[in-house]
Design a protein around this ligand. Structure first.
Ligand code: 2HA
Ligand code: ZN
Length: 273
């Protein structure tokens, strides 16, 4: 067996979470990640027949049965992942009946998966149903998105439109827009179900007064979506109290969509002239 500390997927996760901590988005135990691993990525580093212990999923995760994940631990700090991945991360497989996860590596101090596991796993199920290549669910407390949810209406159309208007690249990066949920209690299955419902349509879901969920085929894609939304939200909170002299018009957003070959979410722009 090769040393798992040299596995590319683990290095990528450690670096990403360190970077996010440094961005100031993941205070204390804020934020969590789950990333689908392929068996062939794992087997050079891990005997996948050796199960350390089982943790209940507390919902039916059968559509994910047999899939491998790397998941941040509940109560763990992004700040600490880089230096101590074995205590702060876990590698697991969803059991055949979908009722538990089989820990194969990590959570060395007896830990468990993130409290947001239902939101993660349910979102994986939604995204896989529309994109078989999907692999990542990333939750974070990015500062300006949270700020924006206090001062902006929380409907997907107007929230998305404002973000698109804040920087030219937004339309190109997330033409499908962002889903938005109002404030809800976190860490339970209800918010998991609501998030997963949005994830059937969107790759991004804002949680009012809490943070964001971003998804993608890779860590870069999920992170890239979230950082682009966060950047747009930052510009919004910088300009919202100032006289606006010009913005990106719907006509210009259509020009961008045409130039980059993307399709804006139906109904979010005013019809072309
Ligand atoms: O893991 O971010 O939403 C801590 C959280 C809960
Ligand atoms: Zn959170």
């Amino acid at each position: 067996m090769k040393d798992i500390m040299t596995a590319p997927f683990l290095t990528e996760v450690r670096k990403l979470l360190q970077n996010m901590y440094r961005l100031g988005w993941d205070e204390r135990n804020g934020g969590n990640l789950s990333y689908i691993l392929k068996e062939e990525e794992l087997t050079p580093y891990l005997d996948v027949t050796k199960v350390i212990r089982n943790n209940p999923t507390n919902f039916d995760a059968k559509p994910l049965a047999g899939r491998y994940f790397i998941v941040t631990g509940t109560g763990k700090y992004f700040k600490n992942v880089y230096d101590d991945p074995e205590n702060n991360l876990g590698i697991m497989r969803v059991s055949a009946d979908g009722q538990s996860v089989e820990l194969l590596w990590g959570y060395a101090d007896g830990g468990r998966p993130t409290s947001e596991l239902p939101a993660h796993f349910r979102s994986h199920i939604s995204r896989l149903s529309v994109d078989p290549e999907h692999r990542v669910v990333l939750h974070t407390h990015c500062t300006n998105v949270i700020a924006m949810t206090f001062v902006h209406p929380l409907d997907a159309r107007s929230f998305t439109r404002t973000l698109w208007q804040m920087c030219t690249e937004c339309m190109v990066v997330f033409p499908d827009g962002v889903g938005v949920l109002p404030w809800m209690l976190c860490g339970n299955d209800e918010i998991g179900v609501a998030t997963a419902e949005k994830m059937k349509e969107f790759r991004l879901c804002v949680w009012g007064m809490h943070g964001i969920f971003g998804t993608g085929k890779s860590l870069d894609e999920a992170f890239g979506l979230v950082e682009t939304v966060e950047k747009a939200a930052e510009i919004y909170v910088k300009i919202m109290n100032k006289p606006i002299l010009q913005t990106i018009t719907d006509e210009q957003l259509w020009i961008l969509a045409d130039a980059f070959g993307v399709t804006p979410r139906e109904g979010f722009l005013e019809p072309r002239k």
